[in-house]
Design a protein around this ligand. Structure first.
Ligand SMILES: [Fe+2]
Ligand SMILES: [Fe+2]
Length: 526
């Protein structure tokens, strides 16, 4: 016999008090705990209230074998041993078919009983261990597949602003924690910072302060059962937020060359207990995925910044050829974006508008000085030369490499002088044949020309006006009357709708305050 410890409880069911007592004594002598009842109902009643590891029932008739299935309705996996003296009525097969694990014929010996109980309980333990192992294996498979899924999600996210909340929510979930914070290390400023630690908007700390600051400084992993016991933990932070930081697992995030770039901190393991070795290993695997994702996003951010600053510089260079057009392209871009937002245009198209707005007049690089810098009305030839800038914009921009998402920029930018009624240039496009983004640029472009000083007189069909910015009420009338012929009426209406915001954006800069305030009063009255 092996050395199993017998804490298992056995329930004896027998209606013969004498036999029941004998069986109970035998079971106890085999080293088990034992309880006896004298009928089926009593057996059912006690099993509902108490746990047993095995039932030994004295059965006299085939009908009584129902006890097995009835008991299993309460405890589905409980082993069952049938004892009977009526061996003529039963076969081993009939009893096993009824669901019993074994069969003991009276009379029997202690050794026989003992060996049968041990065998059944040993099988039960093995089955239990197997199911535990299986559950562990399933949990570990789930962790691996979660990890792979997170790795894919993280590397697919290149927007820095989205990456922070993505990492935080996925780590909180997979680590089964209450909160997660992600800090980036800024070695130049000697601080760690975060944009969205869950429920905290922006936060920075000197390197060395707090748990994350300590990990940033030392590169060591901190795994504690109670953060409040660490000398470098800042309790005031918890007190301010009415939060209790208890268990913490905090580790550095290193890049491929081993440089520390960030710190991940997981707070309060759900369901109690401390973060164990499995948790540490899991977070370590996640940390290397996070490092790749953070570095990718940083790289793309830098590329975008460098692209955008090149575009802005280029656009400003063109505007700077003439002192009166300084800032024109930037303002056209801003006005166009305001129109786009008020029309509910999505972020992808707004990116197109942004770069098409900045670059719409880049073709003026090729316009002769004599025309570009001329003060006064153009001759017909000069006007043709001036109008060529739209085609030149396309030619220049076609030589740029734009990403797929921005590939429409040259087409849009070069059509900012098309008119809704088809009388514009360079292609005399009409109505919705003109890309919506270009219809927006057209309104913004005319508005900026009218509201800026120019060295040619502004005029309408009936009157010639001064070189100065046109009075705003008149500009508004031009926009209104141009809707449907020069401008897309929906775009003109959207622009008029956000006019107050447009004016306030440049109040005191491009627009004199009085110019803005008077118009806003008029707009409010209307
Ligand atoms: Fe233009
Ligand atoms: Fe322009």
């Amino acid at each position: 016999m092996d050395s199993m410890t017998n804490h298992e409880a056995v329930l004896v069911v027998d209606d013969d008090p004498q036999a029941s007592l004998m069986m109970t004594e035998l079971v106890i002598s085999c080293g088990f705990q034992c309880m006896a009842v004298n009928c089926k109902d009593a057996a059912m009643g006690i099993i509902e209230k108490q746990h047993f590891d095995i039932v030994i029932a004295d059965i006299e008739t085939m009908e009584s074998l129902h006890l097995i299935s009835d008991v299993r309705k309460i405890q589905s996996d409980i082993p069952f041993v049938v004892v009977t003296g009526y061996d003529d009525d039963f076969t081993y097969e009939s009893i096993i078919t009824a669901g019993a694990n074994d069969f003991i014929k009276k009379p029997f010996t202690t050794t026989e009983l003992n060996s049968k109980l041990y065998r059944i309980l040993k099988e039960r333990r093995l089955a239990f261990d197997n199911s535990q192992l299986l559950a562990k294996q399933i949990a570990s498979n789930k962790k691996i597949s979660n990890l792979l899924e997170i790795a894919l999600d993280l590397t697919a996210e290149v927007e820095f602003a989205n990456l922070f909340p993505l990492i935080i929510s996925r780590v909180t979930e997979i680590m089964n924690a209450e909160r997660t914070s992600l800090y980036l290390i800024d070695w130049d400023r000697n601080e760690i910072w975060t944009t969205v630690a869950e429920k905290i908007e922006y936060f920075s700390l000197p390197i060395g302060e707090g748990i994350s600051g300590f990990v940033a400084k030392t590169g060591e992993t901190v795994n504690t059962a109670d953060a409040w016991e660490l000398p470098y933990f800042k309790r005031e932070f918890d007190l301010q937020q009415n939060f209790r930081t208890k268990t913490v697992l905090c580790m550095p995030i290193n890049n491929r060359s081993g440089g520390r770039i960030a710190v991940i901190q997981v707070i309060n393991k759900q369901g109690g207990g401390v973060f164990n070795d499995d948790d540490e290993n899991l977070l370590k695997s996640l940390a290397s995925q996070m490092a790749i994702a953070i570095e990718n996003a940083q790289l793309i951010d830098e590329l975008k910044l460098s692209f955008e600053s090149s575009m802005r510089t280029l656009s400003a260079t063109v505007d700077a050829r003439h002192h009166l057009t300084a800032g024109h392209s930037e303002r056209v871009m801003e006005y166009s974006l305001m129109i786009a937002r008020s029309m509910g245009i999505g972020p992808e198209e707004r990116e197109l508008i942004k770069y098409a707005g900045l670059l719409h007049d880049i073709g003026k690089i090729g316009t002769k000085d004599a025309v570009l810098l001329k003060s006064g009305q153009f001759t017909a030839v000069e006007r043709m030369e001036m109008e060529l800038h739209a085609v030149r914009t396309k030619e220049i921009l076609d030589n740029f490499h734009f990403s797929k998402a921005l590939s429409q920029v040259p087409f849009i930018a070069s059509h900012h002088h098309e008119r809704f009624d088809g009388s514009g240039y360079p292609d005399r496009l009409r109505g919705e044949d003109i890309p919506l983004c270009a219809r927006i640029l057209a309104v913004a472009d005319v508005f900026d020309a009218l509201t800026s000083a120019r060295d040619y007189p502004k005029y309408t069909e009936t009157e010639t006006m001064s070189y100065d910015p046109m009075p705003l009420p008149k500009v508004l009338r031009i926009l209104e009357s141009g809707a449907g012929n020069q401008f897309d009426p929906a775009v003109a209406a959207a622009f008029l709708g956000c006019m107050a915001d447009v004016l306030l954006k440049y109040r005191g800069e491009h627009f004199p305050p009085a110019y803005v305030d008077e118009t806003i009063k008029i707009l409010r009255r209307a």
